[in-house]
Design a protein around this ligand. Structure first.
Ligand SMILES: Cc1cc2nc3c(=O)[nH]c(=O)nc-3n(C[C@H](O)[C@H](O)[C@H](O)COP(=O)(O)OP(=O)(O)OC[C@H]3O[C@@H](n4cnc5c(N)ncnc54)[C@H](O)[C@@H]3O)c2cc1C
Length: 398
C-alpha cells in the first residue's frame, strides 16, 4: 500500500481518534498539537495523586462509539458505570431531581406544571424526528410545551447557563438531542447511569497516543500551526480539528478542588440562579467514589461565558474568592480554608453556539484539506462519543 502522509492539527480526542484509526489503516500520521499536553478539552492533571480531567467529564450508555473504541483498545475493564444523582438549586434550596418521584415532590412547580414537564420529557424521548425542531428556538418551544413556570424554573436557567446571552436563539433541535439521549442512558432497573474511565480520561488519551506511535505515527507537542497552507507541500492530506473560524463559540471556565468536607449527596447540581457565577456544581466523587483521591472529595464549579467575558482575564485568586463566596451561600458549612489543590481552567472555545437553522461546518475544504471539529456535531450536544463518530466518518471521506 502507498502510505499517505497525513497531518492532523490538534491532539484533542477528535484528532487522536482520527490519528489512531488512520495509523491503524497504515497511513503515516503526524499529529501537531500547539500545547505541551494532549487531550484538549479532556486534558487532565494530577488531583490527589490521580489523573483528573480539567473539565468535568462522564459518558452515557448510549455513547456507543466511545464504548466501542474503549473496548477495541483494551480499556473496557476501566469503564465504570454508576448511578447518576442530580439536584436543582432554586431560590436558596437544593431539590433532588432524578426522575418521576422527585419531579412529583418538586415544590417550585404546581401539579399541572409537573405533569406537563413529565409528559414533555417522555414525548421528546420517544420522538425521533429532530429535523422538525431545527427552525424553532428551544426557548419558545419549551415555554409553550411546559408552561411559563416550568420554563422559568427549569429550562430557562439551563439554556441561559449553557449559552449565556444567546439562550433565546438556541435551536430546539439541540435541546431535543440532549433530552432524547439522556432519557435513554438507563440501566436494567430504569435508573440513569453515567460512565467514567477508572484512572481518568487521560488513560484513553495515553493509550491512543501510544497506539499511534506504535503504528509509526508521530506526535509533536508545542507545534502550533499558524498557516495551514505551509503543510500542503509536506503532506498529502491535512485534517484540521481546531475551533472553526466560521462558528461562534462560548468559553468555559472551571474551578476544581479537593476537600475533606463532604458537601452534598448528589453528583450533579444545576445552579438555577442568575446571580450565581457558576451554573454547575459537581461533586465528582459522588459519581466515582473517593478511593482514587486519597479519600478526599473532589469538586468542580463550572460555567460558559462569551469569549470577551471578565472571567477569562480575572486574576485567579479574585475569581476563586468570588465563586467560593457563592458556594458558601449554597452550602453554609463550606470552609474555603479546607479547599486544597484549587485550580482554575479556562478554555476559549468550549461550546459552539447552536442557533436555529444551524449550519454545521463542511468537512472537505479542498482536495487536501479536511475539517473535523466539534462544531460539526449537531444536533447532539458535543461530546467525546461524537468526536469518535466524526473521526470514523472522516476516514471514510478522505
Ligand atoms: C466544560 C465541558 C465539559 C464537558 N463534559 C463532557 C462530558 O461530560 N462528556 C463528553 O463526552 N464530553 C464533554 N465535553 C465535550 C468534550 O470535551 C469535547 O467534545 C471533546 O473533547 C472535543 O474534542 P476535540 O478534539 O474535537 O476538540 P479539542 O479538545 O478542543 O481539541 C482541539 C485541539 O487542537 C489544539 N489546537 C488548537 N489550535 C491549534 C493550532 N493552531 N495548532 C495546533 N493545535 C491546535 C488544541 O490545543 C486542542 O488540543 C465537555 C466540554 C466542556 C467544555
Amino acid at each position: 500500500m502507498n502510505r499517505r502522509k497525513i497531518a492532523i492539527i490538534g491532539g484533542g480526542l477528535g484528532g487522536l481518534s482520527a490519528g489512531y484509526f488512520l495509523s491503524k489503516q497504515g497511513e503515516k500520521v503526524t499529529i501537531l498539537e500547539k500545547e505541551n499536553f494532549l487531550g484538549g478539552l479532556v486534558g487532565g492533571f494530577k488531583m490527589e495523586g490521580e489523573n483528573l480531567e480539567k473539565l468535568y467529564h462522564h459518558f452515557f450508555r448510549t455513547d456507543k462509539y466511545l464504548i466501542e473504541l474503549l473496548e477495541e483498545i483494551g480499556l473496557a475493564d476501566k469503564i465504570v458505570w454508576n448511578k447518576n444523582s442530580t439536584a436543582i438549586y432554586w431560590k436558596n434550596k437544593m431539590y433532588p431531581f432524578n426522575g418521576a418521584v422527585d419531579l412529583l415532590k418538586f415544590k417550585p412547580l404546581s401539579l399541572l406544571d409537573k405533569i406537563r414537564m413529565g409528559l414533555v420529557a417522555i414525548y421528546l424521548g420517544l420522538d425521533n424526528n429532530w429535523q422538525k425542531y431545527e427552525a424553532i428556538s428551544a426557548s419558545d418551544w419549551m415555554k409553550k410545551a411546559v408552561g411559563k413556570n416550568g420554563y422559568k424554573v427549569v429550562w430557562k436557567p439551563l439554556l441561559q447557563g449553557k449559552f449565556h446571552k444567546y439562550y433565546k436563539d438556541i435551536s430546539m433541535a439541540w435541546l431535543w438531542a440532549r433530552i432524547h439521549t439522556r432519557g435513554n442512558s438507563k440501566n436494567e432497573k430504569g435508573e440513569e447511569v453515567l460512565g467514567y474511565i477508572d484512572g481518568g480520561f487521560e488513560k484513553l488519551v495515553e493509550r491512543l497516543a501510544e497506539l499511534i506511535k506504535k503504528n509509526s505515527g508521530e506526535i509533536k507537542l508545542n507545534s502550533e500551526v499558524k498557516n495551514i497552507k505551509d503543510l500542503e507541500k509536506e503532506f498529502d492530506v491535512i485534517i484540521d480539528t481546531r475551533p472553526d473560524k466560521e462558528v461562534e463559540y462560548l468559553a468555559t471556565v472551571n474551578i476544581s478542588f479537593s476537600s475533606e468536607q463532604n458537601l452534598s449527596k448528589f453528583y450533579w447540581h444545576n445552579i438555577n440562579d442568575p446571580k450565581s457565577p457558576f451554573i454547575a456544581f459537581i461533586q465528582h466523587t459522588n459519581l466515582v467514589g473517593t478511593k482514587n483521591y486519597r479519600g478526599k472529595n473532589v469538586y468542580y464549579l463550572g460555567t460558559y461565558v462569551p469569549q470577551d467575558h471578565a472571567f477569562l482575564k480575572m486574576d485567579e485568586k479574585i475569581l476563586v474568592n468570588q465563586w467560593f463566596d457563592y458556594l458558601k451561600k449554597i452550602f453554609p458549612e463550606f470552609d474555603k480554608t479546607k479547599a486544597e489543590n484549587v485550580s482554575v481552567f479556562r478554555f476559549k472555545s468550549g461550546q459552539h453556539i447552536v442557533k436555529t437553522n444551524y449550519i454545521k461546518p463542511v468537512y472537505k475544504v479542498s482536495e487536501k484539506i479536511y475539517k473535523m471539529n466539534f462544531a460539526q456535531i449537531y444536533p447532539e450536544d458535543r461530546g467525546v462519543n461524537f468526536g469518535v463518530r466524526e473521526a470514523r466518518k472522516l476516514i471514510e471521506l478522505i
